[in-house]
Design a protein. Structure first.
Length: 93
């Protein structure tokens, strides 16, 4: 993945190098995935919807879910991500 546009900038200088940023995002993903598993939020449909050219209905069909189940998982999973990492608040140093 290209990290252009993802590096936080303070006073015109990057505050994370590409390696640190990559590691942080991978760790956040792993932590989020584990927490989703604990809360029984299925990650497969979320990832499918975000990475494939597919609609909620297509994803429900792909995973053989009843109508609307993918949307439920997406809402729960994304709310959990925000709860865990509060992306709008910037980095914790």
């Amino acid at each position: 993945m290209k990290w252009d546009g993802f590096i936080d900038v303070f006073a015109g200088k990057p505050i994370e190098n590409d390696g640190e940023l990559s590691t942080r995002i991978q760790n956040q993903y792993a932590d989020w995935f584990d927490e989703c598993t604990k809360r029984r939020i299925r990650v497969g449909p979320i990832i499918h919807l975000l990475t494939e050219v597919a609609s909620l209905r297509d994803t429900d069909h792909y995973f053989a879910y009843r109508h609307g189940k993918t949307k439920e998982y997406v809402v729960l999973g994304l709310k959990l991500y925000v709860e865990m990492f509060k992306p709008r608040q910037g980095l914790d140093f």
